[in-house]
Design a protein around this ligand. Structure first.
Ligand code: SAH
Ligand code: F3S
Length: 500
């Protein structure tokens, strides 16, 4: 029998990429591939890539440079670039790194197994990408971005108790700075029945928390036979699934935060009162140049509706600093917005011009890097203050936490204390706040009550509430599949997954 082939895959970018990698890995496992955590052991080295900022691309090109030597020694090694960068750079990837064998865009991932067969059969390098957005009619472009949601394989999920479920692919908003509509294609919703069925299957297999993902998840809309389903309808159906405990969704687009959705979040007990609704900027003029489609007045009106319905809802945001033409006065408005809203947390990015976007073509990237850096620092600082203030309100309270795994400190230590040993663990509250506490490893994957004893700007710390630690059966480790652990999956939450 031929030896099993080993795949090394590195995933960068957003939750979509994490899910795509899970699905590609599952497809290849079915073809007899195994996973390896060491690149030098691999028969195939894949990068699932991100194009949102230049930095993310630079890192992949330098990783490709490192693979070159391995490929020279082992000509049979298959080097693959998947995802957004593959769609954006296409042939250019092979022009810069001719040792790459496989270039596959996010709309063609279903083809990966057969393309590998072609390479192994000696057909040479394979490039499979979707049409550029202007290269055909909308229908032709839509058809070229094939949805990739095959049956999930329970043994392939990185954590048995959490999962991402896709509601739609692509984006039609075309914010001036953003390359996503180009590389992920037109917005295409999945039928509600498919989403619900996938969730039911995941829950039957032990999943407790589902995070619905879409670039603008709250724009979800599916029309069939005169009936239209929106995100609020999906939440209503998901909330009925026995055994499912938490439902989250990201990312929300401010203009599509409609009352039906806000009321669904308020009324459905399993839906987390946590919303990631990026504001991007505090100045109307900049928002206009960004083509975001709303003013700060409209953003605040949305927020008012939310706060009236759900006073304690946790809100998080993304901000871009140093966008084309951003003045000191304009930047000050972002700071002001952050101080007024007091987001739970924010992801702050320095503007990175992206070829193929409106801003790249028509606006000057004229804010010096040093100014971008300083504005980034100032906004981070303001967010830390707001986060700390928000977190302090929880000290002295008891919170239900879904235990997710070892804390970063323990991961670094890399000592496995065994299921009954105590370690520093981390989990999240219903509102997505990170909690750190000492507990036996067997609590991973469980809902546990934690008494919060202190707060920092990044996380809360606490102690397992009396008695609970002993009452939990030991089944987490049996369900774990170490083979898939090198898909560097954080947790289905924006807080870590969006950091690029
Ligand atoms: N809707 C998507 C957003 C994709 S990009 C989602 O699911 O999260 C994520 C964030 O990256 C954006 O909200 C924006 O703040 C930031 N971003 C996008 N393009 C950028 C660019 N060219 N430069 C800097 N930051 C960017
Ligand atoms: Fe990008 Fe704007 Fe869509 S940020 S993903 S174009 S909503």
């Amino acid at each position: 029998m031929a030896a099993t082939k080993r795949l090394f895959i590195e995933t960068v970018g957003c939750q979509m990429n994490v899910l795509d990698s899970e699905l590609v890995v599952a497809a290849l496992r079915r073809q007899g591939w195994d996973m390896t955590a060491t690149m030098s052991d691999a028969d195939a080295v894949f990068f699932n890539t991100c194009s949102v900022r230049q930095h993310a691309e630079d890192k992949i090109y330098s990783a490709l440079g490192r693979v070159r030597k391995q490929k020279e020694k082992l000509p049979g090694l298959i080097v693959g670039v998947l995802g957004c960068m593959a769609q954006k750079d296409q042939e250019m990837i092979r022009a810069r790194a001719p040792w790459v064998d496989l270039v596959v865009g996010p709309g063609q991932l279903h083809r990966v197994p057969s393309l590998i067969d072609l390479i192994q059969a000696g057909s040479g390098p394979q490039i499979e990408v979707s049409l550029d957005r202007k290269a055909g009619s909308r229908l032709e472009v839509v058809d070229s971005f094939e949805s990739y949601d095959p049956d999930r394989d329970s043994t392939m999920r990185p954590t048995p108790f959490q999962a991402f479920v896709r509601t739609q692919t692509g984006c039609d908003k075309f914010c001036a700075f953003c390359v996503v509509p180009r590389v992920r294609g037109p917005e295409q919703a999945r039928p509600p029945q498919a989403i619900i069925a996938e969730a039911e299957k995941l829950v039957a297999e032990g999943c407790k928390e589902i995070t619905l993902i879409g670039q603008t998840v709250n724009s979800y809309k599916w029309s069939d036979g005169g009936k239209t389903s929106r995100l609020s309808d999906l939440l209503l159906e998901l909330n009925k699934i026995d055994g499912l405990e938490r439902i989250k969704f990201l990312t929300s687009y401010p203009r599509d935060m409609t009352d039906d959705l806000i009321h669904a979040v308020r009324d459905l007990p399993k839906v987390s009162h946590y919303l990631h609704v990026p504001a991007q900027h505090g100045s109307d003029d900049v928002l206009k140049r960004m083509k975001r489609g709303y003013t700060i007045g409209q953003y605040m009106e949305m927020l008012d509706r939310l706060r009236v319905a759900i006073p304690h809802a946790a809100l998080s945001s993304d901000f871009i600093v140093g966008f084309c033409g951003e003045t000191d006065e304009e930047f000050a408005l972002s700071l002001e917005l952050m101080k007024t809203v007091k987001f739970k947390n924010s992801f702050i990015f320095k503007y990175s011009p992206r070829p193929g976007t409106k801003a790249f073509d028509t606006q000057l990237d004229d804010v010096p890097e040093s100014v971008k850096k300083e504005r980034n620092r100032l906004l981070q600082e303001a967010q830390s203050v707001a986060s700390l203030e928000g977190n302090r309100r929880f000290v002295g309270s008891r919170q239900q936490v879904l235990v997710e795994g070892l804390s970063t400190r323990e991961e670094r230590r890399a000592v496995n204390p065994g299921p009954d040993g105590f370690a520093q663990l981390t989990g999240r509250t219903m509102c997505d706040r990170i909690v750190v506490f000492d507990a036996p490893l067997r609590l991973i994957g469980r809902m546990v009550d934690i008494d919060i004893t202190s707060a920092g700007s990044w996380s809360l710390a606490g102690e397992v509430a009396d008695g609970l630690a002993d009452a939990v059966p030991l089944d987490y480790l049996e369900k774990q599949n170490p083979a898939v652990h090198q898909i560097k999956v954080p947790v289905p939450s924006v807080s870590r997954a969006v950091q690029r």
